[in-house]
Design a protein around this ligand. Structure first.
Ligand SMILES: [Zn+2]
Length: 309
């Protein structure tokens, strides 16, 4: 395949974004390296990988960089992984290897031509959240970083949805850095909780990623931390019920339903979703003990459920 012109390059990117949207359920689940490599196998007309091992990736025929990949946070190889500027742009560090300077040129070209790229953010080893389309808003030659605008792909609660246009434009410029940082951390939290609970609701074991949330046991507002042991994977209905104290979970991981709900006669969702779950143990818990819901957090939160009832 010869070099692509700008229009062909754009069309290729659109196709890649569409493939990623479909395979990540519109961004609601993380992708393994193996799944990402599947792009090539299922698209004979797309003989390029979406990422490489090195970080900055430009298939030879493309005009500019196609993707950048971050290391797992705190990895010494990429100390900038989490750096978000006060204006809400993510800094992606240039490669310093003398023989790889062409990779930095690829980012300069993406900026110059306004070509959107993919930002793969590692949430665990070989597991990534894909952010797209991401525009390179600028190059800071002094700091040797490309400035990426993830805001256009980051909804409230770190939700990513290609059909969803977040209203970040309305947020005052001075708060943008904070908003983007918070949404990125929410997205990381979600990805890690979904992994620990194998993408299933811990109460009803529903396994459809787009209907699942990562709930906090102790909310942010009460000093709840973003560690996995302060999370529960819950479907939308059980999440809302947990937040509204219609449902509680005690420190032994037993589910409790509010008394008046137990007596109510309604329909199958109330019966199977709530009444039959009363006094049942959580159906799905992390296999790895260190990710298990923290007993103290559960107890503190359960007290709230009891006093609300
Ligand atoms: Zn559920």
């Amino acid at each position: 395949m010869g070099p692509l012109d700008l229009a062909q390059d754009r069309a290729f990117r659109e196709m890649a974004f569409g493939w990623l949207a479909k395979n990540s359920s519109n961004g609601s689940r993380s992708l393994t390296r193996h799944e990402i490599d599947g792009f090539q196998e299922h698209k004979p007309e797309a003989p390029h990988r979406l990422m490489n091992q090195e970080g900055i990736w430009k298939p030879a025929p493309l005009v500019a960089t196609l993707s950048v990949t971050s290391g797992v946070a705190s990895s010494r190889h990429n100390p900038y992984v989490d750096r978000v500027t006060d204006s809400g742009l993510v800094e992606y560090a240039f490669t310093e290897a003398p023989k790889k300077q062409y990779q930095n040129d690829g980012l300069r070209l993406a900026h110059a031509h306004g070509l959107p790229i993919i930002y793969f953010r590692a949430v665990r080893k070989s597991v990534y959240d894909a952010y797209f389309p991401v525009h390179v808003m600028g190059i800071d030659e002094g700091r040797r970083v490309a400035l990426l605008n993830l805001a256009e792909t980051l909804g409230p609660h770190g939700r990513i949805d290609v059909d969803f246009a977040p209203q970040l434009g309305e947020i005052e410029v001075k708060y943008r850095g904070q908003v983007v940082r918070r949404r990125l951390h929410q997205r990381d939290f979600r990805s890690n909780v979904m992994f620990a609970y194998t993408s299933r609701c811990s109460v009803c074991s529903l396994g459809h990623a787009q209907l699942l949330d990562a709930a906090h046991i102790l909310p942010d507002s009460r000093g709840g931390s973003p560690e996995i042991s302060n999370g529960l994977a819950l479907c939308k209905i059980h999440h809302a019920a947990y937040d509204a104290n219609i449902m509680g979970v005690d420190s032994d991981r037993r589910v409790h339903i509010r008394a008046d709900i137990l007596r109510e006669v309604d329909g199958p969702v109330l019966e199977h979703g709530f009444q039959k779950r009363h006094r049942e143990m959580l159906r799905v818990v992390p296999e790895d003990q260190k990710f298990s819901p923290n007993r103290e957090y559960l107890a503190a939160r359960f007290e709230e459920f009891q006093s609300a009832n």
